[in-house]
Write a protein that binds this ligand. Structure first.
Ligand SMILES: CC(C)(COP(=O)(O)OP(=O)(O)OC[C@H]1O[C@@H](n2cnc3c(N)ncnc32)[C@H](O)[C@@H]1OP(=O)(O)O)[C@@H](O)C(=O)NCCC(=O)NCCS
Length: 147
């Protein structure tokens, strides 16, 4: 049975109180990403998917940039492997399709590449380091050109 949680897609002012603490816990505390790298100027221009538990507490988040990049995908440790990441990504892919993006791209932490492959993302190029964590670029064609 799918665990009880809700997904909303929000602008930054509404998403911030949920997304900031989740990203702080997952990226800064758990993965030791420097806070100054976690914080950037893109949030104001993104759509943010936010997952909340039945009490309304934030448990996961991800963002869609105006150029079709997806990023900052984070689910709290105790909520992982319960479908939250899938629901966040599906919500952002639906937004990307509605906005007629031809493709979406992301920098996947290499350990999470299998998660994105399930949605049809393919790796492009070599592995590289971001915040000292191995990453690989991945893309998903949303409206492949017809032969
Ligand atoms: C990656 C992450 C967002 C996945 O979220 P999640 O809520 O656990 O994902 P789901 O429960 O929807 O997973 C669906 C499936 O994806 C696969 N999957 C999930 N996390 C995976 C991982 N780290 N590695 C490989 N496969 C993974 C599994 O097959 C899983 O199905 P299963 O549980 O039946 O085996 C989450 O592990 C996370 O926040 N990690 C820490 C932050 C991070 O690394 N973010 C990614 C930045 S690119």
């Amino acid at each position: 049975m799918r665990a009880a949680f809700t997904i909303r897609v929000l602008d930054w002012p509404e998403a911030l109180p949920f997304a900031r603490p989740i990203r702080e816990q997952v990226f800064v505390e758990e993965q030791k990403v420097p806070r100054e790298l976690e914080l950037d100027d893109w949030d104001e221009r993104c759509e943010h998917a936010v997952a909340c538990d039945f009490r309304g507490a934030g448990i996961g988040t991800a963002r869609l940039l105006p150029d079709g990049r997806i990023g900052r995908m984070a689910v709290l440790g105790e909520w992982r492997r319960r479908g939250v990441g899938t629901a966040l990504l599906e919500a952002l892919l639906e937004r990307a399709r509605k906005r007629s993006f031809r493709r979406v791209t992301l920098h996947a932490q290499t350990h999470a590449a299998a998660f994105y492959r399930r949605f049809g993302f393919n790796e492009r190029g070599e592995e590289f380091l971001e915040a000292e964590i191995p990453h690989v670029e991945m893309t998903l064609e949303l409206f492949p050109a017809r032969e």
